[in-house]
Design a binder for this molecule. Structure first.
Ligand code: ADP
Ligand code: MG
Length: 242
């Protein structure tokens, strides 16, 4: 079953083409790791999936809804696609619990008590139940990112999008975030992950995509591609991120 389908998608910023004729189908349960040089369009591709960016050409269908289906439907797409950013983006004036509970309250219209119960379950899942009443400034970067993952999960998305989720973290804090992501993948969550963590791509990814200049240039099995990158530019890229 396909959850995301790019059909000949083009995205431009002014006169700059950032995505050019992208065709991509992502199926339920896939863990797609997206790599590529800076400026190749990785973030833009993710942001198109949850309609943070509008496409200029082609069609993009997320969980059966086309981005051309109108405003109300596009709101549904945002609920189906949870996003985790490099910079956590938590609400600083809300506790961890409130950060996680606000989505279910506003988007799913749950009562406060139900939303907080769900938020506690999710904080437990990311190993932070005991930090429920802490504010973001009182948490480490790794803990903040785990709260951000719990917050994205709270609206029960069908797909999770991660944009360099560990890039802002000190190396010793990265593994705790990667572990949470791995357990999500093992539960069958469909994921698209932009990352330089090649170990994660190998261990957890079911598919590796290499982007260059707004196009998908390599798409295949992570282990095969990482062990034997035939594409010379992929090979060169991997030598620089290792
Ligand atoms: P990546 O995530 O692979 O580094 P991006 O998707 O962020 O790449 O950016 C791809 C290209 O689009 C870059 O050239 C970038 O400068 C440009 N770009 C991204 N966002 C905007 C924007 N909001 N306005 C203008 N240009 C943008
Ligand atoms: Mg980016």
């Amino acid at each position: 079953m396909s959850i995301v389908q790019f059909k000949n998608v083009t995205k431009e910023f002014g006169s700059i083409k950032v995505l050019t004729n992208v065709d991509l189908e992502i199926h339920k349960g896939e863990v797609v790791v997206l790599i590529g040089p800076s400026g190749s369009g990785k973030s833009t591709l993710l942001r198109c999936i949850n309609s943070l960016e509008r496409i200029n050409g082609g069609d993009l269908i997320v969980d059966g809804i086309s981005v051309h289906d109108g405003k109300n439907k596009v709101r549904l797409i945002r609920q189906e696609a949870g996003m985790v950013f490099q910079q956590f983006n938590l609400f600083p004036q809300l506790t961890a619990l409130q950060n996680v509970a606000c989505g279910p309250r506003w988007v799913r219209r749950l009562q406060r008590r139900e939303a907080e119960e769900l938020a506690r379950d999710l904080l437990k899942k990311v190993g932070l139940l005991e930090r429920a009443d802490h504010y973001p400034a009182e948490l480490s970067g790794g803990q903040q990112q785990r709260v951000a993952i719990a917050r994205a999960l709270a609206v029960r998305p069908k797909i999770m999008l991660f944009d360099e989720p560990t890039s802002a973290l000190d190396p010793e804090l990265r593994h705790e975030v990667l572990r949470v992501m791995q357990s999500l993948a093992e539960e069958g969550m469909t994921m698209v992950v932009v990352t330089h963590e090649i170990g994660f791509a190998r261990k957890v990814g079911t598919r590796l995509i290499f982007m260059e200049g707004g196009k998908i240039s390599v798409d295949g099995d992570p282990k095969v591609l990482l062990d034997n990158p035939e594409n010379p530019r992929l090979k060169d890229f991997l030598q620089h991120v290792h």
